[in-house]
Design a protein around this ligand. Structure first.
Ligand SMILES: [Zn+2]
Ligand SMILES: [Zn+2]
Length: 225
């Protein structure tokens, strides 16, 4: 087990502060990553403030961050998709049971045993819960790593790991959208991301004042067709 620098919140009312956290040694299926950039998602703030207590209470200390871009520093013996030096991304999940109907359908986000990148149960026992990307390194099962092309602005890639996939997903789900209009409802963080995605038509932008001030799940989709 190694220690790595991180920013954590000690309680719902204290600011993030520099600390050190444990990271497991890479097991057979793991990829160890030096984190280069991590986006700030509004979910990070909700979790740090324990504002989702009723559905997923925050365990402290809390190290948020699930828009991670980094460089592979080590791979386990059984890793086949990555090698040292690769640029990779990690989003909001780091594990699942790999066995349920959702996992078998490649929609692990619906897995009843999905492990989120932070504040999720740590199956490896490294810490009480998983710790996220506000840190210098992370160790992740290769099945939850993505390859990042080397020609991209890495700081710009980070938000794609949550806000980007959240808004891109409905477009992919609808398949061929040629000739259709893309509507973005709500021009906050996700709406801004959605309005910048490459689509066959210019997005129709619409702000949504009735939603302002209401407690919504910011990672929920803000884009629809
Ligand atoms: Zn997010
Ligand atoms: Zn599953």
């Amino acid at each position: 087990m190694k220690q790595t620098k991180a920013y954590s919140a000690a309680s719902a009312t204290t600011p993030l502060a520099a600390t050190t956290i444990p990271r497991r040694a890479a097991t057979e299926r793991d990829v160890a990553i030096e984190i280069l950039f991590c986006g700030v998602c509004h979910s990070d703030l909700h979790t740090v403030r324990d504002e989702w207590h009723s559905i997923m209470p925050t365990v402290y200390p809390c190290v948020p961050g699930h828009e991670i871009v980094g460089r592979v520093t080590q791979v386990g013996k059984g890793v086949t998709g990555f090698k040292t030096g690769d640029l990779v991304g990690v989003g909001c999940m780091v594990d699942s049971d790999h066995d349920c109907p959702s996992c078998k359908a490649n929609v692990e986000q619906f897995c009843p045993s999905a492990v989120f990148t932070y504040n999720g149960p740590d199956k490896h026992g490294t810490a009480p819960v998983t710790y996220g990307g506000y840190s210098e390194s992370i160790v992740v099962d290769e099945r939850f790593c993505l390859k990042v092309p080397t020609n991209l602005d890495l700081a710009g890639v980070a938000p794609l790991l949550c806000a980007g996939i959240t808004t891109w997903s409905p477009i992919r789900r609808w398949g061929d959208i040629k000739g259709k209009k893309v509507g973005v409802v709500g021009l906050g963080g996700l709406g801004h991301m959605g309005s910048n995605l490459p689509t066959p038509s210019a997005p129709t932008l619409r702000s949504s004042p009735p939603l302002r001030g209401k407690k919504t799940m910011p990672c929920a989709s803000a884009l629809m067709l």
